[in-house]
Design a protein around this ligand. Structure first.
Ligand SMILES: NC(=O)c1ccc[n+]([C@@H]2O[C@H](COP(=O)([O-])OP(=O)(O)OC[C@H]3O[C@@H](n4cnc5c(N)ncnc54)[C@H](OP(=O)(O)O)[C@@H]3O)[C@@H](O)[C@H]2O)c1
Length: 325
């Protein structure tokens, strides 16, 4: 079968389109054919050896939904599964065989392959952030930075479902238009508008209750200075490549909290709570309440281009790599 392998660390154009053998199975295992997978920001970090997890070379990524390279994965057979069982799957810990390379499997009989791939990763992160870490309440104001990105758009849609007023911040008109369609009440183009001034205008000087920040960099301190009393600032990621530092008087003056979000570690340390979250998310997916925005579907050969487009901030929502039709 074909695979896109990282044989040496580097930029997406160094990935190798290769032939690899289909894994052999023990009696209790099943083979899972990967039809489509979502591209996520850590993919571009891992291939450059810039991520906290460093798999041995060569690798094709094996953490569930990010695996855009192998067309088959193996796992212990869940009871009662048929040959044609349709599933969504993602990072660890595997609920079935506890293997580290392949993980949570969720039945998804009516979910389209493209819609299903990557959904649990982005919505899993943002649901954990808003529900467990921010404990967001009905009627609160939520500012989402990088709102047109994968986890950002998920936070917009989930925040709306959870009853918050959503302020979406992004760098382009097109990204903000998608945020609006996904439920954002207010839009800020932070490449042309001053973030603090606009937040003051929108909230009538009150500030925002929750900041969801997957970007970091220079926007972070501006957002922290724009918080309401007892606000919660969610540290989700650093897509800008810059980890911000904050003066300690800022949370003091606002009675605010800076709250870390590490969804993968949460899933590992608190599997029951994580399973409850997935149960809620899969219900919302089946009910059509959450629906990932797909920017473009790439072929397996185009996977390096998909990664490059993500690095170049060209993707709104999710880039999908289709492996089999
Ligand atoms: N803490 C956790 O558990 C967890 C879980 C999942 C992901 N993450 C992290 O969250 C971050 C976002 O992940 P994602 O999959 O949503 O990525 P994504 O789809 O690429 O979205 C990131 C957004 O960041 C903005 N951005 C600003 N500067 C950028 C730059 N130099 N390069 C790329 N994007 C830039 C872009 O929006 P604009 O162009 O509109 O500014 C982009 O849409 C990553 O750092 C990822 O590692 C954390």
């Amino acid at each position: 079968m074909k695979a896109v392998l990282c044989k040496n660390y580097g930029l997406p154009d160094t990935l190798a389109f290769s032939e690899v053998s289909i894994p052999t199975l023990a009696d209790s295992e099943v083979l899972i054919q990967v039809k489509a997978v979502g591209i996520n920001f850590p993919d571009v970090l891992i291939i450059q050896n810039k991520y906290q997890f460093k798999p041995p070379l060569p690798f094709s990524r094996g953490r569930g939904c990010w695996n855009y390279s192998r067309s088959w994965k193996k796992c212990k057979s869940p009871k009662g599964w048929r040959f044609s069982h349709r599933i969504m799957w993602l990072g660890w810990p595997c609920r079935i065989c506890k293997c580290k390379s392949f993980a949570g499997i969720y039945s998804a009989s009516r979910t389209k392959f493209h819609r299903g791939s990557g959904t649990l990763y982005t919505y899993g992160t943002s649901y954990h952030a808003l529900k467990d870490r921010a404990q967001i309440k009905l009627g609160e104001t939520l500012l989402v930075l990088g709102a047109g990105g994968g986890v950002g758009l998920a936070a917009v849609q989930l925040g709306k479902i959870m009853g918050a007023t959503i302020i979406a911040g992004a760098s382009s008109h097109d990204k903000l238009e998608v945020c609006k369609k996904m439920g954002a009440h207010h839009l800020i183009n932070y490449s042309t508008e001053d973030l603090r001034t606009r937040i003051k205008e929108i909230t009538a000087e009150r500030g925002v209750d929750v900041v969801y920040d997957p970007v970091g960099g220079s926007l972070a301190e501006q957002a922290l200075r724009s918080m309401a009393w007892k606000g919660r600032y969610l540290v989700v990621g650093f897509a800008s490549g810059n980890i911000p530092s904050f003066p300690a008087n800022l949370p003091l003056l606002k009675g605010a909290s800076i709250v870390g979000v590490f969804w993968g570690s949460f899933a590992e340390r608190e599997p029951e709570k994580s399973a409850q979250n997935f149960s809620q998310l899969t219900t919302w997916i089946k009910e059509g309440k959450i629906n990932q925005h797909i920017h473009k579907i790439y072929s397996l050969e185009q996977a390096p281009q998909a990664l490059q487009d993500l690095m170049d901030r060209k993707i709104t929502g999710k880039a999908i790599v289709q492996i089999a039709s």
